[in-house]
Design a protein around this ligand. Structure first.
Ligand code: ATP
Length: 234
């Protein structure tokens, strides 16, 4: 379980997250919903220690991430697929994947993991020697996800993976995310596409103005008047 308890974060004087608590179980998809500017990306960065937190704690299978040197965060099993992909566009698909397995824990298994990633994403295998910058938007998003998996994470934080994808690719992306849980990986999924997200999520939280204002399992969220009006336009 990845547990966030009472987390706070700020950019200088501007407090962005207040007393945020949520749990991401292994092998499940947990959705994080909320309007633009609510603090979702900030939360992802704070969990992964890409920015400092001002209060609270993040524990991964009982281990307090704040107590670890930053490079150990990936080694104990946390990976991020950031918003906007952040690929090395001048490097090949395969080189980008190899860079995902940079931690000491994942490096020895890089070849096996790459076979698994190629198995799941045959399109990436076909294009393994192609420069990442020449891939289509959907393929780049697949590569970003593949690179995240190369770290052999127990928990994967995904920030807006469907951003900029066509409806068809969005559907494929959601199928891929759903299939990741078969590997036992717990996913925290930040998404604007609430309808699709609630098709695959087991549980979800709503973040508004830096605070969790609602949570529940899929059925509860789908049945919620507030979610239907604000996020599903029903
Ligand atoms: P979106 O869906 O639009 O990406 P979000 O929910 O991910 O929104 P964040 O990107 O976390 O929201 O931003 C939350 C707030 O923090 C916003 O008011 C934003 O302007 C502010 N913010 C984000 N990054 C910084 C930064 N580096 N410095 C100062 N303020 C920031």
């Amino acid at each position: 379980m990845l547990e966030i308890d009472g987390l706070g974060a700020a950019y200088g004087e501007a407090v962005v997250l207040r007393d945020v608590s949520l749990s991401v179980p292994a092998g499940r998809i947990t959705a994080l919903l909320g309007p633009n500017g609510a603090g979702k990306t900030t939360l992802v960065k704070a969990i992964a220690r890409l920015i400092p937190i001002s209060a609270g704690s993040v524990t991964l299978d009982g281990q307090d991430l704040q107590e670890l040197p930053i490079h150990r965060v990936v080694e104990v099993g946390l990976a991020v697929v950031p918003e906007g992909r952040r690929l090395f566009t001048q490097m090949t698909v395969e080189e980008n994947l190899q860079l995902g397995a940079f931690s000491k824990a994942s490096r020895p298994q890089a070849k096996t993991t790459m076979d698994l990633v190629y198995d799941r994403f045959p399109r990436l295998k076909e294009r393994s020697a192609q420069k990442a910058g020449t891939l289509s938007g959907g393929e780049q998003q697949m590569l970003a996800l593949g690179r995240g998996l190369m770290a052999k994470p127990h928990y994967l934080l995904m920030d807006e993976p469907s951003l900029g994808l066509s409806p068809l690719l969005t559907t494929q992306m959601f199928e891929l995310i759903s299939s990741i849980t078969e590997l036992g990986v717990g996913v925290l999924l930040v998404e604007q596409n609430v309808a699709k997200t609630l098709e695959i999520a087991d549980h979800g939280y709503v973040l508004e103005q830096g605070s969790i204002v609602q949570s529940g399992d899929r059925e509860e969220l789908l049945g919620s008047e507030r979610i239907r009006e604000a996020y599903l336009a029903l």
